[in-house]
Write a protein that binds this ligand. Structure first.
Ligand SMILES: [Zn+2]
Length: 232
């Protein structure tokens, strides 16, 4: 909030609510993060028009939020029974089982069962989830790497997984190693494919010039569509 801003009543939908702030701006801005949705509107826009704008964007907001679902710790929320998580773009419902069984996770169709000891705290649940999702990505990686090395005809000297806030992947020409964002485990598999093709292509062309995209056309003809999705 800055000088002259005015907070209004939120606009409520069954699935979410939108914080509304009047500002000295020219047009309506809509922002979506995993934690909240907010809208800044110019002073001349009526409450009614703001609500209409919100209704028109409701489906878009829902879609954005679905794509933003991450591990609970990344959303700043505790692990809760019935919450939704995403694995390879598929939405899974989490069920918490308090019991004597070995702590861990078990996937069955569209359900994910988290077994924790009686009285376990949130930190333990978070750690189990984090470990399990990372394990899923680690398991998939060798196959995906081999496939894309065959397509591109280049080999990286190594791969590692990291949690990154702003990039899906990176490639060091100095070490020949490729870094993969561990959040790719939540996205549809095509996203990991894209990152792999992209980073291996950097072993031919270090920058994003025309030569780079020409090679991408050859290795991954569908790159535009996937990139558009990932930029959202
Ligand atoms: Zn790049």
């Amino acid at each position: 909030m800055t000088e002259g801003d005015k907070r209004m009543h939120p606009i409520r939908f069954p699935e979410f609510e939108i914080e509304v702030i009047r500002k000295r701006i020219r047009r309506i801005n809509l922002h979506v993060t995993p934690e909240k949705v907010w809208m800044s509107i110019p002073y001349r826009v009526s409450r009614e028009s703001a609500e209409q704008f919100a209704r028109m964007h409701r489906d878009w907001i829902l879609k954005q939020r679905a794509q933003l679902v991450r591990l609970p710790a990344e959303q700043g929320t505790p692990v809760a029974d019935g919450m939704q998580l995403r694995l390879w773009g598929q939405t899974l419902r989490l069920y918490i089982v308090h019991g004597d069984g070995a702590p861990g996770l078990h996937k069955e169709a569209e359900a994910l069962y988290l077994t924790v000891p009686q009285g376990a705290g949130d930190a333990q649940s978070q750690a189990l989830l984090h470990h399990w999702f990372r394990g899923e990505l680690e398991q998939a990686l060798p196959g995906v790497c081999a496939r894309w090395e065959a397509v591109t005809g280049r080999r990286a000297l190594g791969y590692y997984i990291r949690d990154m806030k702003t990039r899906w992947g990176s490639c060091s020409l100095k070490t020949g190693r490729i870094c993969i964002n561990q959040r790719l485990i939540h996205e549809e598999p095509a996203c990991l494919d894209y990152v792999m093709a992209h980073e291996l292509t950097h072993l031919y062309v270090p920058n994003h010039g025309p030569d780079f995209w020409r090679l991408m056309d050859r290795f991954y003809p569908n790159w535009r569509e996937i990139r558009r999705k990932m930029r959202k």
